[in-house]
Design a binder for this molecule. Sequence first.
Ligand code: URA
Length: 266
Amino acid sequence: MGIAAESAGDIAADWEAALAALSWQLDAGVDEVLGDAPVDRYALAPASTRAAAAPALVRPAGAEVPEGDAVAAARAAASSARTLDELREALAAFRHCELKQGARTTVFADGNPKARVLILGEAPGREEDLEGLPFVGRAGQLLDRMFAAIGLSRRSPDAEAALYITNVMPWRPPGNRDPEPLEINMMRPFVERHIALIDPQVVVVMGNTPLLALTGNRGILKARGTWTQALGRPMLPMTHPAYLLRNPAAKREAWADLLALKAHLA
Ligand code: URA
């Protein structure tokens, strides 16, 4: 009995300790589990000798892919997709982007493929990664309200009033960090093919990542509201709804951009 009571006490103590460790990690900002087993990084070899071994978490050791090869592989995979379903499958089968290993889902797109307006965002966040759909978190809810104000919706069956929504990155970057240039380069062929298959009248790029992917430039705050051409069609850069949540004063300019889009479509 004494032993049983002691074991129960030990279990309770272990449970309390595990709970405390978990809550400490949450406080420190840890919001993702990337592997089943802990990694003692202090026991790893020094950084100089680690480069080949570290990516084993995400790709078999020795399978490093030079940037050119990964981009060429993306180009080949994307260009062979003749339909949206084939493009979705090509993305799901693409193995060169490490972000995929840490993501729960491949977030492809949402909305009406016949829409006149295609919205290109940055990358899935936590909610999008869980649901497998773009722009479903707080920023996405704001995006839906913004476009509803000019009569456009991802749920509309009517092409005239519909939206099609996708992102440059189909996989959530850890901690919602910005996608890196190599990651954007790898995804650009898929984005270009995606836009060609949807064939929208207008592309709205929301934020720096899609602006960079389609024009090679950053600086969304300067570019927003100025129509330009990308991939042979009109493109309107707008500030990202997450930026508008942090900077409500910028909603005024976003509203002007929405009205410009409405006028363009009319
Ligand atoms: N931000 C984006 O750019 N895309 C999403 O899908 C969600 C948030």
